[in-house]
Write a protein that binds this ligand. Structure first.
Ligand SMILES: *Cc1c(COP(=O)(O)O)cnc(C)c1O
Length: 335
């Protein structure tokens, strides 16, 4: 079986399991888990942020951040593909009582001009008060596209000028950093809060860290409590994340290379209409016959995602081996 549905299907490696088994732990609800404390300190420092908090999932970290930035009745601005809008179960309205103004962006990315024109005038009391901008980097539904620092900075300048918070959904921020060579420390002048996941390309079983400025983060632990996210000896999972920072971060470049190669092979196939630009580990391509293509992959024991309207998606990851990659070449050729 070659599973290319998502980079979340990875299982902890022998080295990671060893790190988990030997992790020093304590009760993290009392903030006494040394492994969690070390991870939070390390990730905060990486992004030059004041504070960090460990969450079970990216969804919970994003939802907590949105709650920290907003009051009920307010509105956030996001791209129409945003995970916070499409794939968090309606949590924006459920948890925070907030609505979304969606921008018709490019591959999940928006521009400063689009953000500016989406802000409701604060003295026009008929409209919801705009209070937050949520960006995603890399974009998920946008096919793993990466923002440039300049473009995020321009958006942040607009947000600051209008008193809006800036949150980054960085579920795949590690991929963006590796692909662009950006310095993570540059992110602290652009965003107030950032979520970074360890359960995607980094290969851990669970865990996301929310980093941010202390004025917002001082309430994060209470919001996490309300969402049911206080965890006890979760240092076992923090140890997996620390292991991933030491060992797996540098391996993401291989996922990106393989995605690029898969894209090249797909582009050479007559069955493929179009391959979207590939910047990281996500390959979105359009086929002439969706059913036939899905059937072909299935018969070759390859599982991929069907996004509908002829669009299919492959995601490379840590457990997608070089041997599987060689096999994929022939499988795509036979498409
Ligand atoms: C995966 C993902 C998340 C978080 O997902 P969880 O499954 O809750 O960890 C958030 N945002 C984006 C863009 C994602 O791809």
């Amino acid at each position: 079986m070659i599973d290319l549905r998502s980079d979340t299907v990875t299982k902890p490696s022998a080295g990671m399991l060893d790190a988990i088994m030997h992790a020093p732990v304590g009760d993290d609800v009392y903030k006494e888990d040394p492994s969690v404390n070390e991870l939070e300190k390390r990730v905060a420092a990486m992004f030059d942020m004041d504070e960090a908090l460990f969450f079970p999932t990216g969804t919970m970290a994003n939802q907590a951040a949105i709650k920290l930035h907003t009051q009920p009745g307010e509105q956030l601005i996001a791209d129409k593909y945003a995970h916070v809008y499409n794939y968090e179960g309606g949590g924006v309205s459920f948890n925070s009582g907030v609505s979304c103004k969606l921008i018709d962006g490019n591959r999940g990315m928006v521009t400063a001009a689009q953000v500016e024109s989406s802000i409701n005038p604060p003295d026009f009391y008929h409209s919801p008060l705009t209070s937050l901008v949520c960006l995603e980097n890399t974009t998920n539904k946008g096919g793993g596209a990466c923002y440039s620092l300049e473009s995020m900075r321009e958006i942040s300048d607009v947000a600051r000028a209008h008193n809006l918070g800036m949150h980054l959904d960085g579920a795949r921020l590690w991929n963006a950093l590796v692909a662009t060579g950006q310095n993570p420390k540059d992110y602290s002048s652009i965003f107030d809060t950032i979520s970074v996941c360890f359960s995607k390309g980094m290969g851990t079983p669970m865990g996301t860290v929310l980093v941010g400025k202390s004025d917002l983060m001082k309430n994060a632990i209470r919001v996490r409590k309300v969402l049911g996210g206080g965890m006890r000896q979760v240092g076992f999972m923090a140890a997996a994340a620390l292991y991933a920072l030491d060992n797996n971060l540098d391996l993401l470049v291989h996922d990106h290379l393989k995605a690029q190669e898969l894209g090249n092979w797909l582009a050479a196939s007559n069955a493929v209409k179009k391959v979207e630009p590939i910047e990281t580990n996500i390959v979105i391509f359009e086929v002439h016959d969706e059913q036939a293509a899905m059937k072909h992959f299935e018969s070759e024991k390859v599982i991929i995602s069907n996004m509908g309207q002829g669009k299919l998606r492959l995601v490379t990851h840590l457990d997608y081996t070089q041997a599987q990659h060689e096999l994929m070449k022939a499988i795509i050729k036979a498409l």
